[in-house]
Design a protein around this ligand. Structure first.
Ligand code: NIG
Ligand code: FE
Length: 415
C-alpha cells in the first residue's frame, strides 16, 4: 500500500465537507477551508483530512509532502472540451482579426467543417498523439478530470474514430476522462442539401454504434443559429435517451436559440455556453436540475459577450466553468486562466470560481461522488500551490502557472 501525507497545509480548500453533489447561489462562496491542515492518501484515495493538532504519525511507509505556506485544492474538473482535434486553425484566427466573424467563417465551409476535412485524413494514431500531448499539458496545469467530445468526424466511421481515441487516451495519461458523442456538431458538406439525411444518419447509424461499443457517456448537440434547430435537437436527444445517453448540450452561444429550454426539457445534465442567455433562461434553469456551464475562454477568444454567470449565481444557480478547449473558439485548456476570466470579467469571487471549476464541474459530469472536493472516499486528485496568502492570488496572477505539484489518483507529478 502506498501512503502519502500532505502536512502543514496553510489553507486546505476542501470545497465541500458534507458530501454535497454541487454548490449553488450563496453556497458557492464557501470552499470549506481548514487552516493548518493535513490530508492522508492511501493508494488512489483520500482516507483522512484534519487539523495539524491531531496529525497522524507518518510511519516509514508514508511519503510526506510538507506544504508550508501553500494552499491545497481539489484537482480541476474541466467538464467541456474538444481535446481530440486534428490541428490548430490559426488562419481562421487571422481572418477573424481582419474582420470576419466565427459564423461567417463557418458559412464559407471553414470552422468545424475545416477540422472535419482534416480529421478524416488522419489515422487514429496521429490523432492520439496530439491528444496525448494536450492531456498532459492540462494535467500539469491542474486539470485532473476532463470531458472530451467527438464532433469533428461527421461520418459514422470518423465519429467512432474520435471516440476511440478519447477512450484510448486513458492508456497514455492518468487524467480522468468522460466522453461525449457530438455527431450533431455541424451539418457536413456532403449533406448540405439534405439536413434530414444527416440527422437520420446520426440517429439511425451513429447513435446505435456509439452505444453498442460503449464509447460515450453523454450526447451533445450544437443547438444554435446556423447549426441545429430545437426540433432537430429534440429528435436526437429522444433517440439518445433510448440508448441511455444523458444530454449535455451546446446552447445559446450565437443566438437565443431555445437550446437552454430544450436541454432542460430533456433533463440535460448541463447546458453549456449561454453567452446569449437572458432572464427567461435563468428562470427556466432555476426550476430544473440542469447545470449552467459557462465557457469564458470562448468569449475571450471570439471577442463576444460573456454568459451572465454573476446573475445566475445571484439567482441561486450552481454555475460551472469549463475551458471548451478546441481549435476554433477556445484554443486554451488552462483552468487557472478560466478562473481569472470568471473573476475579472464575470465578477465571480475567487471562491466561487474555485467551486465552479471543481465540485460543479464534477456535478456536470455526474462524478460528484468521486471527484471535485477533498473528502474522505474521493479520488486523491489534489493541487499544491506556490506559497500564497489567499486564494485570490490564483486569479490575480492571471498568466502565471501557480500550481507547484499535481497529484492525480494518488500519483505525485512534480514540475
Ligand atoms: O464549443 N460551438 C461549437 N463548438 C465549439 C467550437 C468548435 C470549433 O470551432 O471547432 C465550441 O465553441
Ligand atoms: Fe464546445
Amino acid at each position: 500500500m502506498t501512503k502519502l501525507l500532505l502536512a502543514n497545509i496553510r489553507d486546505l480548500h476542501c470545497v465541500s465537507s458534507s458530501g454535497e453533489e454541487r454548490k449553488a447561489g450563496l453556497q458557492m462562496k464557501n470552499t470549506a477551508v481548514r487552516k493548518d491542515a493535513w490530508v492522508l492518501v492511501e493508494n488512489d484515495m483520500i482516507v483522512g483530512v484534519g487539523g495539524m493538532d491531531d496529525c497522524p504519525d507518518p510511519g516509514s511507509d508514508t511519503e510526506v509532502i510538507v506544504c508550508t505556506g501553500s494552499l491545497v485544492l481539489p484537482g480541476f474538473v474541466d467538464s467541456h472540451t474538444h481535446l481530440v482535434f486534428p490541428e490548430s486553425r490559426e488562419k481562421e484566427y487571422v481572418d477573424r482579426i481582419r474582420g470576419l466573424s466565427y459564423e461567417e467563417i463557418a458559412k464559407r465551409g471553414g470552422g468545424i467543417l475545416n477540422s472535419a476535412r482534416r480529421l478524416r485524413e488522419m489515422s487514429e494514431n496521429e490523432l492520439l498523439e496530439g491528444a496525448i500531448q494536450r492531456a498532459w499539458e492540462i494535467l500539469y496545469l491542474g486539470t485532473t478530470t476532463v470531458e472530451i467530445k467527438s464532433g469533428y468526424g461527421l461520418t459514422t466511421e470518423d465519429e467512432l474514430k474520435m471516440l476511440r481515441v478519447a477512450n484510448n487516451l486513458r492508456n497514455y495519461c492518468p487524467i480522468g476522462i468522460k466522453t461525449t458523442f457530438l455527431g450533431a456538431h455541424a451539418i457536413p458538406a456532403e449533406y448540405k442539401e439534405n439536413r434530414q439525411g444527416y440527422i437520420d444518419l446520426v440517429i439511425q447509424e451513429m447513435l446505435p454504434k456509439v452505444a453498442d461499443e460503449g464509447l460515450a457517456d453523454f450526447v451533445d448537440v450544437f443547438c444554435d443559429e446556423g447549426f441545429f434547430t430545437v426540433g432537430e435537437t429534440e429528435l436526437i436527444l429522444k433517440a439518445a435517451r433510448y440508448y441511455g445517453l444523458t444530454p449535455k448540450i451546446h446552447a445559446n452561444e450565437i443566438a437565443n436559440s431555445g437550446g437552454v429550454q430544450v436541454g432542460i426539457a430533456h433533463d440535460a445534465l448541463s447546458v453549456d455556453h449561454l453567452e446569449c442567455a437572458g432572464p427567461e433562461e435563468i428562470a427556466a434553469l432555476i426550476n430544473s436540475n440542469t447545470i449552467p456551464t459557462v465557457l469564458p475562454g470562448c468569449s475571450f477568444f471570439l471577442g463576444i459577450g460573456y454568459a451572465p454567470a454573476r446573475k445566475m449565481i445571484d439567482a441561486g444557480l450552481p454555475v460551472c466553468i469549463a475551458s471548451d478547449y478546441n481549435p476554433g473558439s477556445s484554443p486554451a485548456g488552462n483552468m487557472q486562466f478560466m478562473q481569472s476570466l470568471g473573476c475579472t470579467i464575470m465578477r465571480l469571487l475567487p471562491e466561487e470560481a474555485l467551486v465552479a471549476t471543481t465540485l460543479n464541474g464534477a456535478a456536470a459530469l455526474g462524478l460528484s461522488d468521486q471527484v471535485g472536493s477533498i473528502e474522505v472516499g474521493k479520488r486523491a486528485d489534489l493541487l499544491i500551490t506556490e506559497p500564497m496568502d489567499s486564494l485570490a492570488r490564483l486569479p490575480y496572477y492571471h498568466t502565471r502557472d501557480q500550481i507547484k505539484t499535481v497529484i492525480v489518483g494518488g500519483q505525485v507529478l512534480q514540475k
